[in-house]
Design a protein around this ligand. Sequence first.
Ligand code: MLT
Length: 259
Amino acid sequence: MWVNRARSCVPAKTRLIKFMRLNLIFSADKCEEKHVAGRAAIVIDVLRATSVIISALANGAECVTPCKTVEEARALALSGRSGKILGGERRADKIPGFDCGNSPLEYTRERVGGKEIILTSSNGTKAVKAAAKADRLYIMALLNHSAVAEKVLSEGKDAVLVCAGTDGEFSLEDALCASLFINACAREAKNIILEDAALFAKAFGGHIINTNNNIYNLLRNSMHVSKLESLGYKADIEFCLKENVFDIIPELHGGKLFI
Ligand code: MLT
């Protein structure tokens, strides 16, 4: 179900890159400047903020501006040019008065083409803000993980994966996405130094790849999948758990995400 891992991110030959360190932070609340300084940060919130960002930009949005609070998002939407789209969630549901919620399926080409999206979510946009001091910041989800691995490997710079998690806690879907990325990098390049959390994720991802390719089955009892299913967001889960539908890589420039 929903697996498209066949599209390998890199050519068959193992790459020789300079020594590159890879680490992993399991929740936005644990991410401090010292973790991202001098590195590329790769922010992950599979359910659903980074899947929303990727989908909106793939559908022609001009940019996505991540905000930590609802108040900040409302103020930004009113400032400057008109026609911005205000999107996001609290407790998984659309915020009163906002144009869109946190479903990637809402961010269609008709709705977002050419528009700036102002987005706030409980954990995902918080993770972007927490990692913003990184040398570079990329957005990843299952929807684009091979493209991001390809880019990070081609740059060969130290990197840290920043999982959004949920309210300061570990989230299985984000860790799973990170572990697939780490396995792809470790498989394709020599000279990668995995720090402890990344080593742990590599073992977890290796187990998944070798034993069970069905991501939904792995996640079906997880907190976030159960919560979204109980609230009626099953279609979002199906979409967000698809692998490598897009090859775009949103990147942060001046507080806004562009491709
Ligand atoms: C978040 O940022 O916490 C999530 O995207 C929540 C959600 O699934 O809507």
